[in-house]
Design a protein around this ligand. Structure first.
Ligand code: SAM
Length: 294
């Protein structure tokens, strides 16, 4: 008999878990959503329609996947846990537009797989309740891949969402904010209390909405050098920009002169801290360093 209840319904989730004898693996960041209203809100925030293809990371038992499949053209979901593959085959059998890839998303060739799976060339959105232990690597894997993702609506620990969406000058602003905001416009969509998950995580979560910029936020001559500089500037948060730059690039006289001149040319006081520099200032400094041959 067909079961018309949503997967995310708490009693249905318990039944599915019991039927398959599933036990959670903390090491895989398994906290499953059991609140259908939150899932509806996520799909609305991501504005999922039949004109969109979706990539999901970590479908779990398919709670979010089901909602995505009801609105999207196709859904491609990466799940690393082999025990969940037969569960998903069971819970998502009514949705022929879902493809599950049994794979570590960090190892996935995103361009190749999407070409193989998506039948129509539609805008791609990433929608996921991320495994928290690898939130940052997953974000970077998508951003640094050559896959054009129009939007990401992703759940993560609130503290990480705050860091990603932080503005210059705020405590949470750092190299992660810059790495993401370089490619995407970031805004915090809403907070999700820890009580809507099984098992409950220790902290609250947030849904972050990231929209791809038509072009990167700032013009840089050498992206690698730019990201290296932004990492260097935040090595030790309580140190000045000058100290962090010396620690990273070297303390010899030639390096000091090179750094002093570059900072002077772009008008940045070396006594400032990394977190006070805007993306534009980092870009100006990076371009100046690159142009003066380092
Ligand atoms: N989407 C489900 C939900 O909202 O109820 C489950 C989300 S749970 C926070 C994270 C999921 O990511 C788990 O199913 C876990 O097995 C999976 N996962 C963990 N590491 C992964 C990886 N490297 N690649 C793909 N999936 C992964």
């Amino acid at each position: 008999m067909k079961d018309h209840r949503e997967i995310a319904n708490p009693s249905h989730t318990r039944e599915i878990l019991a039927r398959h004898g599933f036990t959670f693996k903390k090491s895989l960041g398994q906290n499953f959503l059991t609140e259908p209203n939150i899932l509806r809100k996520i799909v609305q925030t991501a504005d999922i329609t039949e004109k969109v293809n979706v990539i999901e990371v970590g479908p779990g038992i398919g709670a979010l996947t089901e909602h995505l499949a009801q609105h999207a053209n196709q859904v491609l979901a990466f799940e690393i846990d082999d025990r969940l593959i037969p569960v998903l085959a069971d819970t998502l059998q009514a949705y022929p537009n879902v493809t599950i890839k049994h794979q570590d998303v960090l190892q996935a060739d995103l361009v190749g797989i999407t070409k193989e799976v998506f039948k129509e060339n539609l805008p791609i959105k990433v929608v996921a309740n991320l495994p928290y232990y690898i939130t940052t690597p997953i974000m970077m894997h998508f951003l640094e891949s050559n896959l054009v993702v129009d939007e990401m609506v992703v759940m993560m620990q609130k503290e990480v969402a705050d860091r990603i969406s932080a503005a210059p000058g705020s405590k949470a602003y750092g190299s992660l904010s810059i790495a993401v905001q370089y490619y995407m416009e970031a805004s915090l969509a809403f907070i999700v209390p820890k009580t809507v998950f099984v098992p409950q995580p220790n902290v609250d979560s947030a849904i972050l909405k990231l929209t791809r910029r038509a072009q990167p936020a700032v013009a840089v001559d050498d992206e690698k050098a730019f990201f290296k500089l932004t990492k260097a500037a935040f090595l030790l948060r309580r140190k000045t920009l000058w100290n962090n730059l010396l620690n990273y690039y070297g303390k010899d006289e030639a390096t000091k002169t090179w750094l002093t001149q570059a900072l002077q040319t772009v008008g940045i006081d070396p006594k400032r801290r990394g977190e006070t520099l805007s993306l534009q200032e980092f870009a100006d400094l990076s371009n100046q360093l690159v142009r003066t041959n380092r």
